[in-house]
Ligand binder design. Structure first.
Ligand code: G
Ligand code: G
Ligand code: MN
Ligand code: NA
Length: 261
């Protein structure tokens, strides 16, 4: 398709960029991580949203070279943030990338070339990436993630709560961090909100019992942040703190955190 052809040239034309969204420690307000999110601004056209071009990139296989570029750029950008502020970068990874034979080597090579400790990198995977895999492929993905984890790279399970069998994947996958999908972030005023709060609380407690770090996504109000903190959720991201922004703006936020003033 036209989109695939254009996406194939996007990287060499410099049309791909990364923006970063802070992940905040709810108790202190400190920025602990930044999530790298890919953007595509084709010349002379409106930006194409990620939920449109990521699936195209996955189906065409272009996510493999694009994903390598994302990893490279994210590691280049986080170096300074990690040295000065102890901040890690979280990078979204598609099943297609994880199924590549050399994925583990590629990640370790990028870390080595930038002189980055493995701790500076978090890989975000989803439950849905395992939906269409054979048992052999699943075993290989688990093997790759386990190897990276032994080096100190952390693994986050993204969009938790939206998949089909969250608990079985949580048992299968080697995971350090659980990201609660924004549809579970408590909303006050919702007629059903006591019931929703019970779900959110149960996920936070499950995560804690398993020894995982919990991150709530889509936090937009101080009330939501307070409620999540009461539930025992340590970290959050969302428009309350910052939308995804360019690397220079992250530098600014790290030097003066507006929500802490
Ligand atoms: O802001 P938001 O619209 O950026 O992102 C939508 C979704 O697109 C994210 O939740 C994520 O699943 C996906 N996405 C964003 N950046 C990347 C990326 O670099 N790689 C992959 N595989 N997915 C990404
Ligand atoms: O990787 P993932 O699919 O979880 O990406 C998160 C998506 O959520 C991105 O598209 C990001 O732009 C978006 N997002 C980030 N913060 C908020 C928020 O506070 N509210 C809403 N509705 N969306 C958010
Ligand atoms: Mn994500
Ligand atoms: Na998510």
């Amino acid at each position: 398709t036209r989109l695939t052809t254009d996406l194939r040239r996007a990287r060499e034309r410099g049309e791909l960029t990364l923006v970063y969204q802070p992940v905040v420690d709810l108790a202190s307000g400190d920025i602990r991580k930044v999530e790298a999110l890919l953007r595509w601004n084709p010349a002379g056209r409106r930006p194409v949203p990620p939920d449109v071009f990521i699936p195209v990139a996955e189906e065409s296989g272009l996510i493999v070279p694009i994903g390598r570029w994302v990893l490279e750029q994210a590691c280049a950008d986080v170096r300074h943030w990690h040295e000065r502020h102890g901040v890690s970068v979280t990078v979204n990874v598609s099943g297609r990338q994880l199924r590549e034979e050399d994925f583990g080597d590629v990640v370790l090579d990028v870390l080595a070339r930038y002189g980055l400790p493995a701790r500076a990198l978090v890989l975000e995977v989803t439950e849905s990436m395992l939906l269409a895999t054979t048992p052999a492929e699943t075993a290989r993905i688990v093997g790759t993630l386990t190897r990276l984890r032994e080096h100190g790279v952390r693994i986050a399970l993204d969009d938790f709560g939206t998949g089909y069998s969250s608990l079985s994947y949580l048992r299968t996958l080697p995971v350090d961090i659980l990201k609660i999908d924004k549809s579970f972030t408590p909303v006050s005023g919702n007629a059903d909100h006591d019931r929703m709060h019970a779900f959110t609380r149960a996920i936070v407690e499950l995560s804690a019992v398993l020894g995982l770090t919990t991150i709530a996504e889509g936090v937009e109000s101080p009330e939501q942040a307070a409620l999540l903190q009461q539930m025992g959720c340590p970290q959050a991201q969302g428009y309350l703190f910052s939308p995804p922004v360019g690397a220079p703006q992250i530098d600014g936020l790290l030097h003066s955190i507006p929500w802490r003033q």
